[in-house]
Design a protein around this ligand. Structure first.
Ligand code: ATP
Ligand code: MG
Length: 628
């Protein structure tokens, strides 16, 4: 049945929603696809559901192709499995908690690893049952600190989440690779450019993981790539650690007055003028900057730490928080406040340093303050620094790592900058922004161990199952498609994802024109082409065209005055083309165009997998050479 503008539950809006920053948010609201219910929570209208349904169909199809079977879990779950796995705490305030009338803890599920694990434990008992891949398309809840950009970051959103269960590592590798191919194919069919990048497991745990990134300025993720094919989320980039340097011949550390050196630049200038190095000039990269930060752990405890890094680098708080080097679970990292600093009198603002005596450190292992001191991995033993002397107006020179100070550990906290070397030697990195549209994980045995998922192996012994988990943000993907495909005047969907295949506009008065619109609609639908018919009586053609541009179906057929001469105007908005076609040709031409659009999406999926294979990126993100 055709959709009719005269009865369709939609009211297009002239105004952007309050506070909307990105095109997808503005246009999905204005074109009547979604309505905001609460911050980060949206109601779906018929047009929105139509596109969402097409996206889900493609995702389902690729899951089936990868051998995954669909199930469906509740969104409301008992808290116990999440307590057992530790994620009741690890999720921190992002988790929506509630109690039932008997005071039992429940959650609104943010993701479902625990209950999938328990379901398999419930039903399966032998290695012969494996491998298994199951998935759902389901609503997730996360009380995001900063819901933003409409569907891009919601507090309620739809995710496709799949889980694989294998008896051994080789099985997990194969399951992961099948999902990886399914993702490449699904995003290609959805028309979204995307790039698999190495990522960090974060609170999920596990070994290998990749994120699928849609490159876009509206994204919150920064990723890097090299000419040689390395691609990673900044959180996953590892610094190239230099060899330790022998320090027997290094000069002894000495504390100096350094008046009027409020910045690193002035400090370096004063150092070169008054305390020159014998071998070369001091640079900003020779200064050791010590930044005081506050970590909020998932249980709410706040910890003050100091991060030491070369003075030519800034701290990237998100990268540092995402590395997993600050503690278990999802941690929050921010610059320490004045209050935090006031509570740590041993830290002299502007002159913080680890001290120059291993026996009596100010920071680091054994220091009485017990403040965790974490160093950039480039600060290897033997490197020689200028840093704060823990006294106002004084710095220590020739402070040698390993000889004069140590730390409690290392952390990749430094901002990755343009031109940094790729860790695999594949060239200088460039940085770009993007949106994470999916992430695949080799979880390993973490959840199976926590929840005791074992099966009998070939020898009749109980063996812990190894798992993978594979998330794809369905509603976020819809926002990304809207970002990628729109014009100044509205949405402009790829042909095969539009809420209807064709938008027929009755643009003229009189019975004859209205009847021609009805006939065209019936003829198209008889051929399996879906139609949105603008049959509104009292609406001007100008209004109808504006609505059509906002709603964004790329094929528009105008039924107007030409009817008298037996011609209709067929517009292809994606190609910015218009043609006048004789009535008899309109239906076959349109049917062919729609059919081709679906076929092209399928071909794009094959091409994406071939291109990925040619790029030589293996499942673990390592780059293979042609010689392999
Ligand atoms: P992000 O880093 O953007 O918060 P995430 O890494 O926490 O995402 P995952 O747990 O990997 O997300 O979830 C799988 C997928 O679900 C993500 O790749 C993304 O596409 C989608 N997703 C996650 N959070 C949201 C959200 N708040 N709104 C919409 N989609 C989301
Ligand atoms: Mg993720």
């Amino acid at each position: 049945m055709a959709l009719r503008m005269s009865s369709l539950f939609v009211r297009t809006q002239k105004e952007d929603p309050v506070g909307a920053e990105v095109a997808s948010h503005k246009l999905l609201h204005r074109a009547g696809y979604i309505r905001r219910s609460a911050p980060g929570i949206y109601t779906w209208l018929p047009l929105g559901l139509a596109v969402l349904g097409k996206i889900e169909t493609i995702v389902r199809d690729e899951m089936a192709r990868a051998g995954s079977q669909e199930v469906h879990f509740p969104g409301l779950l008992p808290a116990d499995p999440y307590k057992t796995s530790g994620r009741w705490e690890a999720f921190g305030p992002d988790l929506f908690h509630l109690k039932d009338r008997r005071e039992n803890d429940y959650i609104l599920a943010p993701t479902h690893e625990e209950v999938f694990t328990l379901l398999v434990k419930d039903l399966y008992s032998s290695y012969k049952d494996l491998p298994l891949s199951i998935y759902q398309i389901q609503t997730k809840y996360r009380d995001e600190a900063r819901p933003r950009a409409g569907l891009l970051r919601g507090r309620e959103f739809i995710m496709k989440d799949a889980y694989s269960f294998d008896i051994d590592d080789a099985g997990l590798d194969a399951s992961y690779e099948a999902m990886r191919v399914a993702y490449l194919r699904a995003f290609a069919r959805l028309g979204l450019p995307c790039l698999p990048v190495k990522a960090t497991p974060g609170a999920m745990g596990g070994s290998g993981t990749e994120e699928f990134i849609y490159p876009s300025e509206v994204g919150e993720d920064t990723f890097v790539r090299s000419p040689g094919g390395y691609a990673a989320n900044v959180e996953a980039v590892t610094s190239i650690v230099p060899e330790a340097i022998p320090y027997e011949n290094s000069p002894a550390a000495h504390v100096e007055d350094t008046p009027d050196t409020p910045t690193i630049e002035t400090l370096v200038a004063a150092a070169n003028a008054n305390h020159p190095r014998e071998d070369r000039a001091w640079t900003a990269a020779d200064t050791l900057k010590n930044v005081v930060c506050a970590v909020t752990h998932p249980d709410g405890t706040r910890e003050i730490i100091v991060i030491g890094l070369p003075g030519d680098r800034a701290v990237d708080l998100d990268r540092a928080a995402g590395t997993g080097m600050l503690g278990a679970g999802e941690v929050d990292l921010e610059a320490a406040t004045a209050e935090d600093l006031a509570a740590q009198p041993e830290l002299v603002k502007g002159y913080i340093g680890p001290g120059n005596d291993l026996e009596h450190p100010v920071l680091g292992l054994e220091a009485p303050s017990k403040i965790r001191y974490l160093l950039d991995p480039r600060v290897v033993d033997g490197t020689r620094w200028i840093t704060g002397a823990n006294e106002p107006g004084r710095h220590v020179f020739d402070l040698v790592a390993g000889r004069d100070f140590t730390a409690d550990g290392t952390i990749e906290a430094a901002e990755v900058v343009l031109g940094d070397p790729a860790p695999d030697g594949s060239g200088p990195l460039e940085l770009a922004r993007g949106v994470e549209i999916g992430q695949i994980f080799k979880l390993g045995r973490k959840y199976a161990e926590a929840l005791d998922l074992k099966v009998l192996d070939q020898n009749g012994k109980a063996a812990t199952v190894t798992m993978g988990s594979y998330g794809l943000g369905v509603t976020r993907v819809m926002a990304c498609i809207a970002e990628e495909f729109h014009s100044d005047d509205g949405l402009l969907w790829p042909q095969h994802l539009a809420p209807a295949d064709v938008h027929v506009i009755v643009a003229g008065k009189g019975e004859e024109i209205a009847a021609a619109g009805e006939k065209l609609t019936a003829d198209l639908e008889a051929e399996g082409v879906s139609v949105l018919l603008d049959d509104r009586n009292k609406v001007s053609p100008g209004f109808k065209f504006a609505d059509a541009e906002l709603i964004g179906i790329p094929t528009v057929i105008v039924v107007g005055r030409g009817v008298a001469d037996g011609v209709l105007e067929v517009r292809n908005r994606l190609a910015d083309e218009k043609q006048e076609l004789p009535l008899a040709e309109v239906v076959p031409t349109t049917v062919e165009r729609v059919r081709q659009a679906y076929a092209q999406a399928g071909a794009a999926a094959d091409a994406a997998v071939a291109a990925d294979a040619a790029a030589g990126t293996a499942a673990d993100g390592t780059v293979e050479t042609l010689a392999d």
